[in-house]
Design a protein around this ligand. Structure first.
Ligand SMILES: [Zn+2]
Length: 283
């Protein structure tokens, strides 16, 4: 299984989407596809992504053109029948990886629109511009753009062992890499070191970037890192974590393979934490 949501094939045509006539022409193409989103879910029919005709329903956002030139749009839906959530679709590899990538873009963008009806500067109404990639304030003229929030997620190593933690709300047995939002004025490395120290009391030295993953719940960018611990004694922040431990390479390998005798496992295989544990074990 590969990471979910990372293979988005769309050309977003950022230079064209501010041209309303161009966007309308894409909408009116008979092959144009409209994804409908409700919360974390989309519509699935007979095991396939069910899209509507973009000319018949007003889309909220133009997503882009796929490699065949097909235009993709998204809007929200009130429909209840046939909804499947994006996590289960990823877990079950129920759709092509490219479609999961497009769905991540659709879900995050639609969610941004749902919560941005009024200007945060003057409270006047916002209107949609640039085919859904901008909202313009009718009062003060301020432009608002879709946000994505950087999250650092890090597997820390110490003498071959790796540090993983778990939150109380997670399914029994699941451990994952420590993670947290990057704060204003922080580098990625400093954010990762701060989070690991806050949550587990471990000082981290060298930090290396491994990979990233869009995480559309709500609109995060997971920045995957491996860090080398400069201390080993864990002091748990029990507000954040229920447990954090050093796992031996043997234990961690069994957790990655879902074969640990105590039922422990290292994150969901479609999530970046799983990938980071595998990379950390490879040295
Ligand atoms: Zn305003």
């Amino acid at each position: 299984m590969t990471l979910a949501y990372i293979l988005n094939p769309l050309d977003r045509r950022a230079n064209d989407r501010s041209n309303a006539a161009w966007v309308l022409a894409q909408r009116q193409r008979p092959d144009a596809r409209l994804i409908r989103i409700a919360g974390d879910s989309t519509l699935i029919k007979d095991g396939q992504l069910e899209t509507a005709n973009a000319a018949s329903v007003e889309p909220t956002v133009f997503l882009g053109l796929d490699p065949q030139g097909t235009p993709w749009f998204a809007c929200r839906t009130e429909e209840k029948e046939g909804l499947r959530d994006l996590r289960s679709l990823a877990m079950e590899e129920a759709l092509p990886a490219e479609e999961l990538g497009i769905l991540a873009q659709a879900r995050s963008t639609i969610q941004w629109h749902e919560r941005r009806n009024f200007c945060s500067n003057c409270a006047a109404k916002l209107e949609v511009a640039d085919a859904g990639y901008r909202r313009h304030c009718t009062g003060c003229g301020m432009d608002h753009f879709p946000r994505t929030d950087p999250v650092v997620i890090m597997v820390v190593r110490h003498e071959g062992r790796i540090l993983l933690g778990r939150q109380k709300s997670w399914k029994p047995g699941m451990y994952s890499a420590l993670a947290g939002f990057v704060e204003p004025g922080e580098t990625i490395e400093d954010a990762a070191r701060r989070e690991v120290f806050e949550e587990a009391g471990i000082r981290v030295g060298a930090v290396r970037y491994v990979t990233s993953q869009p995480w559309p719940f709500l609109s995060n960018l997971m920045i995957g890192l491996i860090g080398e611990a400069a201390s080993a004694e864990i002091t748990l922040d029990q507000n954040e974590l229920e447990d954090a431990r050093w796992f031996s390479p043997e234990d961690a390998r069994l957790m990655v393979a879902h074969q640990h005798p105590d039922g422990l496992y290292a994150a969901n295989p479609f999530a970046i934490a799983h990938e980071l544990v595998k990379t950390a074990l490879e040295g």
